[in-house]
Design a protein. Structure first.
Length: 154
């Protein structure tokens, strides 16, 4: 068979991974969120260089995908600081709610990539954050399957 009809593949048989989906929402981040993204990009650049040095094509592919995602997130980041003396829940504020069953919860409203509900941060596009934004102390909001009163905003 003639080599003219054989597709050359210099990737070592490893196909590039598809890009990670990027949210359609604006990429609003806190100053801390931007710093975290920058740390992730720097770490991924180091891992990418190490994968090239080791000629590890599988690692190169995986790290390259993550690096494309985080580089895009860094490029589109819009830093928004929390208000200095918030009178209502907004991006970057910390909101304390008291649920009907007596549970007290504290949430900070942050960017999508910063959100980690287990650590008390909610994405500004999450249903609970959307219910909180624009509300004041004393307001009652629907938080999940129950109502909750906002008891503090900082």
């Amino acid at each position: 068979m003639s080599r003219a009809f054989v597709k050359e593949d210099d990737s070592g048989g490893i196909e590039p991974l598809p890009d990670r989906p990027i949210s359609e929402h604006p990429n609003i981040v806190t100053p801390e969120g931007l710093a975290a993204i920058e740390r992730i990009v720097a770490k991924l650049q180091e891992r990418h260089a190490a994968a090239f040095k080791a000629e590890d094509r599988a690692a190169q592919s995986g790290v390259a995908r993550d690096l494309r995602y985080w580089s895009a997130r860094r490029a589109s980041a819009q830093v928004l600081k929390a208000p200095d003396a918030p009178s209502e829940a907004a991006f970057g504020t910390t909101v304390t709610i008291m649920r009907d069953d007596g549970r007290k919860q504290i949430w900070r409203i942050v960017g999508e990539d910063e959100a980690d509900p287990a650590k008390g941060t909610l994405s500004f596009v999450s249903p609970v954050a959307r219910a909180l934004i624009g509300k004041r102390v004393g307001d009652v909001v629907r938080a999940g399957n129950s109502d909750a009163e906002i008891v503090d905003i900082s």
